[in-house]
Design a protein around this ligand. Structure first.
Ligand code: FAD
Length: 393
């Protein structure tokens, strides 16, 4: 064999990487370790919450990866021995590697938001990992009486998909306007400004009038603790007891990154942006949300681009060649109502220890005819078809 590569995490980053490795060199032994038999996609899960789409449209399996010659192991990675270059899974099996790729996504910071834990998430869902949480939030919206308040608590950056909480606010408002028009969406935000703010605020006004209210950081919007027993959200300036509480907590790299020793004090993983190799542990590469990407927003688009670029670097490293500096492109669509979307496209290149945005990016114009918004909503659907086909086959 041309080498053994183990990939941990079968999300957008891990699947893109595993497939690109196998495509680049069929002799590579590629193993993908992922505990879930079905992946549930976060992109477009806000549509599920708003009742515009069924969860089945979000689900993808790993059969096509197996058919491509990738060994798919339905276990969680539980330990990594960087000296012996070995990953152990929950059933005790050990997998040796020449290079290890970690794409575990995010986990929540247990101390960052006092009172918010697994149990609290059963009544105050985050829905920041798609699946049961997505459906729970949808059911809570369906059960809420007309005239109720839905609060969305948004953390500071870095966090997974910075525009997605605002997309969610719009789509929830769409549901409420259609089914429960006296209701409100209250955004409690740990940020003062956010990506594509003018586009979002203009769309909210145009589509939903005063239905969406946002309390920014400087107005006391940062959530400081949660009392799950009374379903209370505590902010710097006051307490809120909304009918539905969607609490998106502060995040860090998926737990296994800490176990592997590749996460630093920020909770994220510093990497060499040319090879995605960890700055802390040799022969371990980190891609996707878990990595410290600098200017590159944490998105499925970025994770899959990083997966492919990381695969190319690993193939070169295994062959004793010098990897080339990658140029990554990412595009993020936000849909604020059916047929109303906009986008943000960026290009990124290594600069020092991080990725920096370079020329060639584009954002949808603030003043644009509805026809363009409709076209971008269609393009968003096409993007989803393409990226899921690319990653899962
Ligand atoms: P993930 O896709 O989360 O995959 C991580 C995988 O690792 C999981 O399958 C997990 O089970 C597995 N794993 C974790 N620990 C272990 C372990 N110990 N052993 C084995 N496996 C493990 N991005 C976009 O580009 N466009 C969008 O429109 C968009 N919309 C979004 C909407 C919402 C509501 C949210 C929350 C996110 C959205 N995103 C979007 C962001 C996107 O979902 C993430 O950036 C992307 O999933 C990151 O890919 P990843 O591979 O890093 O992590």
């Amino acid at each position: 064999s041309a080498g053994r590569v183990v990939v941990v995490g079968g999300g957008f980053g891990g699947t893109a990487c595993a497939r690109a490795l196998k495509r680049a060199d069929a002799r590579l032994q590629v193993t993908l370790i992922e505990p879930n038999k079905t992946y549930v996609s976060c992109p477009f899960s806000n549509e599920v919450i708003a009742g515009l789409r069924e969860i089945e449209a979000q689900q993808f399996g790993y059969d096509r990866l197996a058919a491509a010659g990738i060994t798919v192991v339905a276990q969680a990675a539980t330990a990594i021995d960087a000296q012996k270059r070995r990953v152990t899974t929950s059933d005790g099996t050990a997998f040796g590697y020449d290079r290890l790729v970690l794409s575990p996504g995010i986990d929540f910071h247990p101390e960052a938001l006092p009172g918010y834990d697994e149990v609290a998430s059963e009544t105050m869902p985050h829905a920041w990992k798609a699946g049961a949480q997505t459906l729970l939030l949808r059911r809570q919206l369906e059960a809420m009486p007309d005239g109720g308040t839905v609060a969305i608590a948004i953390p500071a950056n870095p966090s997974r998909c910075p525009p997605a909480p605002y997309e969610r606010a719009g789509l929830i408002a769409h549901y409420l306007k259609t089914k429960k028009p006296r209701s409100k969406v209250l955004i409690l935000d740990a940020k003062d400004t956010f990506s594509q703010q003018r586009l979002f605020e203009q769309a909210w006004k145009e589509l939903y009038g005063d239905m969406i209210e946002r309390v920014a950081l400087s107005q006391g919007g940062r959530v400081t603790s949660i009392d799950a027993a009374t379903k209370t959200i505590v902010t710097e300036f006051g307490n809120y007891t909304p009918d539905v509480a969607n609490v998106i907590p502060p995040q860090r790299a998926g737990r296994i990154a800490g176990v592997a020793g590749v996460a630093d004090a920020t909770g994220w993983c510093p990497i060499d942006p040319v090879t995605f190799e960890s700055k802390l542990v040799p022969n371990v590469h980190v891609i996707g949300d878990a990595s410290l990407g600098g200017g590159i927003p944490k998105s499925a688009s970025a994770a899959s681009a990083q997966g492919k670029a990381g695969a190319a670097a690993i193939v070169n490293l295994l062959a004793g060649r010098t990897p080339e500096a990658p140029r990554l492109t990412g595009v993020c669509y936000s849909t604020v109502a059916p047929g109303y979307g906009f986008s943000l496209a960026g290009n990124y290149q290594p600069r020092g220890d991080i990725f920096a945005e370079v020329e060639g990016g584009a954002t949808s114009p603030v003043d644009a005819p509805r026809e363009l918004r409709a076209r971008e909503a269609t393009e968003a659907e096409r993007w989803f078809q393409a990226i899921t086909a690319d990653c899962f086959g």
